[in-house]
Design a binder for this molecule. Sequence first.
Ligand SMILES: CC(C)(COP(=O)(O)OP(=O)(O)OC[C@H]1O[C@@H](n2cnc3c(N)ncnc32)[C@H](O)[C@@H]1OP(=O)(O)O)[C@@H](O)C(=O)NCCC(=O)NCCS
Length: 165
Amino acid sequence: MPFGFRFPFRRRPRPSTIRTLRTDAAQACAAIHRFGFAHPWSAGEFASLLASPATLASAALDPRTGRLRGFALSRLAADEAEILTVAVDPALRGYGVGRDLMREHLARAALSGVRTIFLEVDPDNRAAVALYRRFGFRDVGRREGYYRRPDGPPTAAIVMRRDLA
Ligand SMILES: CC(C)(COP(=O)(O)OP(=O)(O)OC[C@H]1O[C@@H](n2cnc3c(N)ncnc32)[C@H](O)[C@@H]1OP(=O)(O)O)[C@@H](O)C(=O)NCCC(=O)NCCS
């Protein structure tokens, strides 16, 4: 989606309610995820992740209907975590859903005892890189050949890190 593009809402959507992502949301997660990734995860993959006690899962919901707007999933391991994925409904991108989600997700990770959080991101994914930088993530490495492409050789991921107070 080009920078600055917004779907033609008459007005900005109401702020999201952020909650723990329920285990029965696997289908809704897969429906959003397939709009963000070349290799989207299935509802079954989401169901396994959501069932795991090592997964921290946050949902952004429409405050009136409870409909899923976006989600963030992290894997917890002792006092570290890895963000596995963050995705927002394409019709609602650019309205602060990702920002609200990330703010709460990091706060919830800190409450779970996480002191350091990592992630991998495609350097060409401008929206995601900007979102992570906005939340204080810094580049700490690079993984060559990390992302499979349907139309070419695999490309590198940036590894980012943020310490949580
Ligand atoms: C990345 C993503 C989650 C951002 O969600 P969003 O709800 O659109 O983001 P927000 O509107 O809350 O914007 C938050 C910040 O993200 C960045 N951002 C969002 N869209 C951007 C864009 N098109 N270009 C550049 N930066 C952007 C900005 O830093 C923005 O902060 P600002 O409002 O102070 O400028 C969303 O674009 C998405 O789902 N992308 C597909 C899936 C994906 O790539 N996930 C991340 C990799 S795991």
